[in-house]
Ligand binder design. Structure first.
Ligand code: ATP
Length: 519
């Protein structure tokens, strides 16, 4: 889809209409930034998780899985730094009463300056044709240079304010850049304050009267800590040697300040994380390895031009190197996955606070050490969002009578598609229905299928296109005589006539994870 508000709205409406994503608690007017996945949504989500798991765990001898609990000892979040530092700088607009992340407002302002320069470059490229030298143009064009200088100066102040957590300076920058409320246009801002993103609740039956916090627990804001505290359990029980990784998929919760971008930023979401334990000093090598590996995983789903790296301006409290892989969502390039070199920050702190050793004995070196960790952390929901936003297309195709007509189709990679095969009797007649049911009952052992006999065949094809079903198998009167069916391909619209026994073979190739996983 094109990047526009209209297309974004269409995507949200499509996801609702076709059973992919519903707003949570809709009958009570919804709950902000919480969503439910419908019948097709849950299938797609499961398939995305399976693809990640296969690429990370099944394909790597030295990566094993874990499913740790959401509730954890409260000291875990003290050791990890989340109690003291897991916060975002927030700012309110006094007129619109809308709340924003101060850092995001500044980042968006910088992105606008970049976009203006890019536009000038594009224009010049068109004017000069083949002889255009972009680097020279950027280095000499007065208007572009002036903007770039301004941008660099803001950026420098921004990075400094973020790393020294100078909230006053962030406010000054917002004023200096004359940043207005993106919704209301007002520049009447409050001061910038820190806001901790962790949800907490009470654990067990004893109430904490008198303000005693002894039974306060947090809903985990990331799945990673469950991996760290189980590091030795896993290493000993699987006899893994460093370097090795532990992977986990699970829910995480963050009380996000701004939550207005569909399933991009939710308060309850799911992460797929892998912590890779390495010998100290080798972490940068592995950081680069995982940076490449993960980008290739994304490239197996999306065209390269929709993806980019983004180095962090401010390193998180635990990292000595960090970058994001960004995807071009309908509202621009945004993070889909983070790759972080977390040093021995987490294991070291857990060792200190728990008093238990978090060391690994390296038999090759004959010494013990606290391993360093490289993390890959991707959101299931953001990947889901990327898949559907890339897949949803409107195209002009010939209809049954040869006239051009618009069709709406979800071109989800067949391996990830919620329904793989729709079995359709050409018309609603018992003889055809019986045969179609027989085929459906056979194919459902192999893959996710759907039987549908309601409405005309044309409407049913359109419905399957809108759901994203890669194959439609149609049973007609000839099928009863020659045992052949028509198989329609969602993407090419090609229709081939094949024997019933050949259906499985015909679809198998496209439903194999090897179409995505390379090597
Ligand atoms: P952002 O800067 O967008 O808030 P983050 O840097 O805090 O993201 P990480 O802590 O690196 O995110 O989390 C890893 C991944 O988890 C992200 O790349 C994203 O895909 C996903 N994720 C994080 N927060 C959310 C959220 N509120 N809703 C949905 N997915 C999320």
């Amino acid at each position: 889809m094109k990047n526009s508000t209209d297309d974004f709205k269409k995507l949200i409406a499509h996801c609702k209409e076709y059973g992919y994503v519903f707003p949570s608690s809709e009958v009570y007017d919804g709950l902000s930034a919480v969503y439910d996945y419908g019948p097709y949504g849950v299938e797609l989500k499961n398939n995305i998780k399976e693809y990640w798991w296969k690429a990370m765990v099944q394909m790597h001898e030295n990566i094993v899985g874990l499913d740790s609990a959401i509730f954890m000892h409260p000291l875990i979040w003290k050791a990890s730094g989340h109690v003291d530092a897991f916060s975002d700088p927030m700012i309110d607009n006094k007129d619109s009463k809308k709340r924003y992340r101060a850092d995001v407002l500044i980042e968006e302002h910088l992105a606008k300056i970049d976009a203006k320069n890019d536009k000038d470059v594009e224009k010049a490229k068109k004017r000069f044709g083949d002889s255009f030298d972009e680097a020279q143009f950027r280095a000499t064009n007065a208007r572009v240079l002036k903007r770039q200088e301004e941008r660099d100066a803001i950026h420098q102040k921004f990075v400094k304010a973020l790393s020294s957590e100078d909230l006053g300076e962030l406010k000054t920058l917002i004023e200096e850049c004359q940043i207005a409320d993106p919704e209301g246009g007002s520049r009447n801002w409050t001061d910038v304050r820190q806001f901790n993103l962790m949800f907490s609740t009470q654990f067990g039956a004893t109430s904490s009267e008198g303000g005693d916090n002894s039974n306060k627990v947090y809903l985990r804001p990331e799945t990673a800590q469950g991996i760290f505290v189980n590091f030795l359990n896993v290493q000993k029980t699987t006899r893994q040697k460093i370097p090795f990784g532990i992977a986990q998929i699970g829910k995480a919760f963050r009380n996000e300040i701004v939550a207005r971008q569909f399933i991009f930023r939710m308060r309850e979401f799911e992460q797929m994380e892998m912590q890779f334990f390495v010998q100290p000093g080798t972490e940068m090598e592995w950081y680069h390895y995982w940076k490449e590996f993960r980008m290739n995983w994304h490239k197996s789903l999306f065209p390269a031009e929709k993806l980019q790296y983004h180095d962090h301006d401010k390193l998180a409290h635990y990292a000595n190197a960090a970058l994001d892989i960004e995807f071009e969502f309908p509202f621009g390039f945004k993070e889909i996955e983070g790759i972080h070199s977390r040093t021995d920050f987490d294991l070291g702190n857990h060792q200190e606070l728990s008093g238990r050793k978090m060391q690994y004995f390296d038999s090759d070196l004959g010494e013990s050490y606290v391993p360093y960790v490289v993390e890959t952390s991707i959101g299931v929901d953001r990947t889901f969002f990327a898949v559907v936003s890339h897949a949803l297309q409107e195209e002009e195709v010939p209809d049954a009578k040869g006239n051009m007509a618009t069709r709406i189709v979800m071109k989800i990679p067949p391996v990830l598609a919620p329904v793989k095969v729709a079995v359709l009797p050409l018309v609603k007649k018992e003889v055809l229905a019986d045969k179609a049911r027989e085929i459906f009952n056979r194919l459902k052992w192999v893959t996710q299928c759907q039987y549908d006999e309601k409405d005309s065949i044309g409407r049913r094809y359109r419905r399957q296109d809108a759901i994203g079903t890669p194959f439609c198998v149609t049973v007609d009167f000839e099928t009863l005589e020659d045992g052949e069916v028509t198989v329609r391909d969602r993407d090419t619209l090609e229709q081939v006539r094949i024997p019933i026994d050949a259906i499985e073979g015909h679809i198998a190739g496209k439903l194999d994870f090897r179409t995505l996983i390379k090597g």
